[in-house]
Structure formats: C-alpha cells, structure tokens
Design a protein around this ligand. Structure first.
Ligand SMILES: *Cc1c(COP(=O)(O)O)cnc(C)c1O
Length: 384
C-alpha cells in the first residue's frame, strides 16, 4: 500500500536535483486521438519517412546474429563517418540517439553547482540533463528578430562556465548561427569551457556555420552532435553521433555509458541510411521547399514566424499556445506549445507532407479565429 508516509519516505530518498527536474514532454500520443487523418507535427521527424535503404536492412533481417551483443563501439559506422567527415574514428562516438550523448556529456563533465549556459527558448534536454547533475543552467535570449544576441552571450560567458550547450539550427526557434557568429561565440568563451554544439538539424540548413571546420581550428575541448533521427528518418531506431576535439574527450564518455548503448540493427540501418544519398537529398530539397512555402503563407496570413533553417517552424500565434494546441488537436494536428516565459504564444510545428501542411494552415487560422480575442495568461509554465 502506498500511503502518504511511504510517499514522503520515497521522496526523501530521491536526489534533490532529480526530484525537482521537469519531466520531458514528448507531446501527445497519436494513437490516443480520434480525429481522422492525425498528423503528428510535434517531433521534427522526416516528412518523407525512413531512408528506403535503411528500411531494406530491417526487412531483410532474419534475426540471425541478434542473439549476440552488438558491436560495443560501432566500429563500422564510425569508420564510415570518419572517412566521409575526414575525422579520426577515435574522435567519434555513437549514442542511443544524440540525446544519449548529451546525457553522457553531463555525466562525465558536470559536478553539482557548476554552470552551463544555453539558449532560451531551449531544447528541453539541454536544461534537464545538466540539472540532473545539480548544475546550474543560465539561458540567453535571442534578439527580437530571433537572431543571435552576441552581447548577451558575452555577458553570460564572462562568468565562469563549465559547458556551453547550444543547438544550431536551434530547437525550437530554427535559426542557425553564421560562421562569424560562431567564431565570436567561441572567442567569448573561456579556454576551459567545453563547447557542445548540437547540430540535430544540420542537414536541413542552407546557410549555417561550418562548425566542424571552425572548432577544428581551435585547440580547446569541443564536441559537435548530429543524429540519424531527423534528416535520415531513423528517429525510432535511436542513433546519433558526436565528433569531438580529441579522442580523450570521447574516452571520458565511454567511461560513463552503458557498454552496448546502440543496438546492432540500428547500427546496420544507420550505415545504410548514411550511404543513401538520394533519400537525404530528396528530404533536404523537400523540407527546404516546404519551409519556404509555409513561412511565406504564414507571414501572408499575419503570423510572425522565426526564419528557420530546420524542418519545423516556430510561430507566434498571438493567442495562448496551449489553447491553440488544443484547438489544433481537434483537427488531428499534434504540435508543441512553447511554454517558456516570453514565448507563451508560440507553437513549434514540424513540416509535414505537402497536403498536411496545407490543411494545417487552414486549421491554424480556424483555431486563432475561435480563440480571439486572446485570453491573457499570467503564470509562465515550464518548458519541455
Ligand atoms: C531531436 C533533437 C535531438 C535528439 O536527437 P536524437 O538523436 O533522436 O536523440 C537532439 N538535439 C536537438 C536540439 C533535437 O531537436
């Protein structure tokens, strides 16, 4: 029996930094929705689906070999990535999604009380994982046009910072750092600040810093994270990778990971997806075209939309985002409200298939019409 007494005893056992952690919000479960034509536009997945070459690897799998543990370091995939990226495979680590590598970085590098600087609004795990370690997270706001605010970053980085953690193209805003902005950012950080650049949407950007080249010219610790979840369409398999400044940084991550963190089928499928240049090129072209088309249509309809280099749009709806999300759910659209202070009216919408995007536009217009005049909400809520 769980009585109140048991509850308090358990709570007292949990590490305080864990007890107070916000729970990551994965969004609504499409299977619970009764609307016809449910469109899950909440998780920035590939609207064209999985790489067909990766799908063939999975359907051809008879199960033979799966009684064995997977390759613990994913040698074949790391070798291939190293070749294409011109990086020593010893500087590459695979993760059960790049989220896993974010977690490993926090486990290996953060002690209680240390300071992490990230952007606001931010990807939930960029705050949750550091806080899990008892680290303190400071967030830097963008400019009013959603651009990078160098002055604010310089101020934030002037205080001793253990880890700088930012996504570019950023989630949820979608903007990407330019080369000169990244150089300025690096120059503003102390030499012993670990730079973590999360490039989950790297493949979708047409205008962004070449982080590997810029950081590669530095003699300081850094890691760039990328993933097979977004442009390669393998979110369900969980494969991400990190490219670090030095094998010693990777070695620290190996010490804190579970020994078989990426399953064999995922490794094999990711390898095939990497070689499937056609699917990647089609996905990039599709996303870039839809991004342009939808941004223009939303602007024409009077919405403020952040300039996106990713496969999603960050939209100021002018109404409370949670209410908009609920209205959109009635039409079968699952999108995410951004509940950080200053962004209560924003939603993040992944680009879907063309017809879904068109339907979405109609539903969003209907939703804000239903909700206006916008109700005023004063209590900011936690982000995810
Ligand atoms: C989606 C996303 C990830 C997670 O990718 P996985 O490889 O699926 O774990 C990491 N960082 C950002 C900013 C993301 O948006």
């Amino acid at each position: 029996m769980h009585d109140l007494h048991d509850h308090h005893r358990l709570q007292a056992l949990i590490r305080p930094s864990v007890r107070d952690l916000p729970l990551y919000d994965p969004g609504a479960d499409p299977q619970t929705l009764t609307a016809p034509n449910v469109a899950k536009l909440s998780n920035c997945e590939n609207p064209l689906g999985i790489s067909p070459a990766a799908a063939r690897v999975i359907t051809a799998c008879t199960g033979a070999g799966l009684e064995r543990y997977p390759d613990p370091t994913g040698k074949a995939l790391r070798r291939l990535l190293g070749q294409h990226l011109d990086v020593d495979p010893a500087r590459i680590i695979l993760g059960n999604g790049s989220e896993n590598i974010l977690e490993l970085l926090c486990l290996a590098f953060l002690d209680p009380g240390e300071r992490v600087v990230t952007q606001q609004p931010c990807f939930g795990l960029h705050e949750i994982f550091p806080r899990m370690m008892g680290a303190h997270v400071d967030k830097v706001l963008p400019n009013h046009d959603f651009g990078f605010n160098l002055q604010a970053w310089q101020t934030a980085l002037a205080l001793h910072t253990k880890m700088l953690l930012l996504s570019t193209p950023s989630n949820p805003v979608g903007t990407a750092l330019s080369g000169s902005e990244l150089r300025d950012l690096v120059a503003a950080a102390e030499q012993d600040t670990l730079l973590v650049i999360d490039e989950a949407y790297y493949e979708f950007a047409v205008d962004q810093a070449d982080a590997l080249a810029i950081l590669g010219a530095q003699s300081r610790p850094w890691i760039v994270l990328r993933t097979f979840s977004k442009a390669y369409g393998l979110a369900g398999l969980r494969v991400g990778y990190g490219i670090a400044s030095h094998p010693d940084l990777i070695d620290a991550l190996h010490r804190v990971r579970t020994p078989y963190n990426v399953n064999q089928l995922a490794q094999d499928a990711a390898l095939a997806a990497w070689l499937d240049h056609e699917h990647l090129a089609r996905s990039q072209a599709f996303v870039q075209a839809q991004r342009q088309r939808m941004s223009t249509a939303l602007n024409d309809a009077g919405f403020r939309v952040a300039p996106s280099q990713a496969n999603f749009l960050f939209i100021d709806t002018g109404c409370n985002g949670l209410l908009v999300v609920n209205e959109l759910l009635k039409d079968g659209f699952i999108v995410k409200a951004w509940r950080e202070p200053g962004y209560a009216n924003f939603i993040r919408v992944s680009l879907g298939q063309e017809a879904q995007n068109d339907r979405f536009l109609g539903s969003l217009l209907r939703a804000v019409e239903t909700l206006s005049p916008p109700p005023v909400f004063s209590s900011p809520q936690r982000s995810s």
